[in-house]
Design a protein around this ligand. Sequence first.
Ligand code: AMP
Ligand code: MG
Length: 416
Amino acid sequence: MSECGCETVTEPAMKPLEEALELLLSHARTVSGTEVVPLAEANGRVLAESVVSRINMPPWDNSAMDGYAVNSADISAPGTGLRISQRIPAGAAPQPLEPGTAARIFTGAPVPEQADSVVIQEVCRQEGEQVVIDEVPQPGANIRRAGEDTRVGQAVLEAGTRLGAQHLGLAASVGVGELTVYRRLKVALFSSGDELINPGQPLGPGQIYNSNEYTLQALLQSLGCELVSLGIVADTFDATCDALARAAAQADLVMTSGGVSVGEEDHLKPAVEKLGSLDLWKIAIRPGKPLAFGHIEGTPFIGTPGNPVSLFVTFCLFARPFILKSQGVGESQLVPTPVPARADFDWPKAEKRREFARARLQLDGEGLGRVSLYSSRSSGVLNSLTWANGLAILPEGQTLARGDTVRFIPFSELLK
Ligand code: AMP
Ligand code: MG
């Protein structure tokens, strides 16, 4: 059955998700061109060259605690008193420890030569010029060793990493102030449909607001793409061809919403076929069965369905990994790992297509994750996406009962 409900004998079989994704990814080419950006502008970008540390981290032995640096051999029993011979705050360059003395030391400060241990201040009493130490220290205690975290020559960040706070912090910690990243992927997009009008204007007869444009823009922005919007394109063959040609001429990827089914008002299929090549797929998932992929004069094209939820789901499952790979992201980071949780619902009827159900993960009274489903399965209801915090994967050909394990992909993994 096609999305319009009409059976056609010649309709190709639905592709399993894995097969469709593999095919799509096999066409993803990493953008050529890199740029060097300061760390402060690198958040969300994709690293094009690995970062190798030129320093040890920490650069020198330093104290993990506030306390007293000592030579442990000087303290044979609790209650030993030692003269305080120097004070070493963070940022100081200490003298070697005088034999038979202690140095007042603070977290992050260099441990002086001849000291082999830091005694935490909680087990020490300062009495005038002396410190009385109430615990026998272990050699090496409370000292962070030079090179313990990172060694000179170690690759701390691999090319293909999508940079986030932790990566930028690590680069900064080894003294790297600029990173070589891939240039942003330029995506041209438009929404096809005569019924569409942009928000902010009064709604005429037969019209609906163009929500997909905004959903799609935000999804693409989250992935760091540069956008060119061609707006709303009329449901005619000529207008569709014209928009596709303009889009392909100025972008690395063309993305559209709507018009990818095979009804008389769906012009994307013939238009892409005229201008280039098209693989129109029927994928064995729900929502989002029709997804168009092809090329227009060498520029890849992804046409998502017009139904707002179908657009969202197909974007997350297909366009997102394609875009990440095109931006140079490593294979292991393209698709999120679903988490297991308990179904808080029954799924009594086995379906032919794998369902990506709008779902909400919450903790139950025992602290275990429970997944509930939105009340409607209609792919037009955008409220379902604001209600949900992820997608539950309901396998094809299977039923589920309350309490069964179900896999769940949090939106936090899909929308970053
Ligand atoms: P289509 O894929 O063009 O057949 O559209 C499927 C459904 O999605 C129809 O109900 C359309 O009105 C709706 N739709 C298509 N494009 C958009 C859009 N940009 N924003 C909101 N709804 C849309
Ligand atoms: Mg349409």
